[in-house]
Design a protein around this ligand. Structure first.
Ligand SMILES: [Zn+2]
Ligand SMILES: [Zn+2]
Length: 271
């Protein structure tokens, strides 16, 4: 194996076959990550309790064992972090807490996929009402998660943009939702948490990542510094995707570093 230049920053949002919506082998993701110049990757498979979602795929013991195998196999080439993408950790706090107790994980992403823990934003039925209402309810939940949930980094803060577009609605944010979005950002800053810059958006035709540059500007104005980059890859080929473009955007906004996590302790790397 050989690291091609340039070295790319860590990818802190990657799915594998331990998520219901991915068939990636962890080792295949690691190989691809090395080939693309990454030195660190965090697996963040789904822990969701929303209706209709099965967590059967996520056997935590097997998940951790597989990560350990990859740590050994790629030692010296790639730092392998083990994380989770927890859906609505503020709603399902009682079920999530015991799983996080033994400090097995390096990073916990907090996501809203089900408004109120029950209404999936990734189904068209969610948008069977004015877009202002649909997006407003989503962002109010993001603010609640930010303030109350157990997480390290808030994932894809304005991912509602993705679903609004997929279902033919016109997203009119972020200005009409400034109150809940700023409340979420303030909670993140006050609690010493971070937000993710999710590049799924950039490889799927959006011009800006999740969240948009305007929201990243607000975050910086409120004193926010802690950022991770995440591809949200569900296939190995997407690991680290669109990171060069995202880094340029972040530098343009004045950000000079990214956060990394080990056993949920944060460290900085320069960008
Ligand atoms: Zn997600
Ligand atoms: Zn994800």
């Amino acid at each position: 194996m050989r690291h091609p230049a340039p070295v790319r920053p860590p990818d802190y949002h990657v799915h594998t076959r331990f998520s219901i919506d991915s068939r990636s082998e962890m080792s295949a993701v690691c190989e691809e990550a090395v080939a693309r110049g990454l030195r660190e990757v965090a697996f963040t498979d789904h822990l969701n309790y929303g209706p209709g979602y099965s967590t059967d795929h996520l056997d935590l013991a097997q998940y951790a064992a597989e990560a350990d195998r990859c740590r050994s196999a790629f030692d010296g080439w790639l730092r392998v972090r083990l994380g989770l993408e927890v859906g609505e950790p503020h709603v399902f706090a009682e079920r999530v807490a015991p799983l996080l107790e033994d400090r097995l994980f390096d990073i916990v992403l907090g996501s809203v996929h089900y408004v109120g823990g029950s209404r999936p934003i990734f189904e068209e039925a969610y948008f069977a009402r004015p877009v202002r209402e649909a997006c407003g309810a989503y962002f109010r939940d993001v603010a609640a998660l930010a303030a109350e949930g157990d997480y390290d980094v808030l994932a894809h803060l304005d991912v509602i943009r993705r679903y609004a577009r997929e279902f033919g609605r016109v997203y009119d944010g972020p200005a009409p939702y400034a109150d809940p979005i700023r409340a979420a950002l303030r909670a993140v800053v006050e609690r010493g948490k971070g937000i993710e810059v999710n590049t799924f958006a950039l490889r799927s035709g959006h011009e800006e990542p999740f969240p948009s540059l305007e929201i990243l500007r607000w975050y910086r104005e409120l004193g926010g510094e802690v950022l991770t980059l995440g591809s949200d890859a569900h296939v190995p080929e997407d690991v680290g995707s669109s990171f060069d473009g995202a880094l340029e955007m972040l530098r343009g906004l004045g950000f000079t570093r990214l956060a990394t996590f080990e056993r949920r302790e944060m460290r900085w790397i320069a960008i």
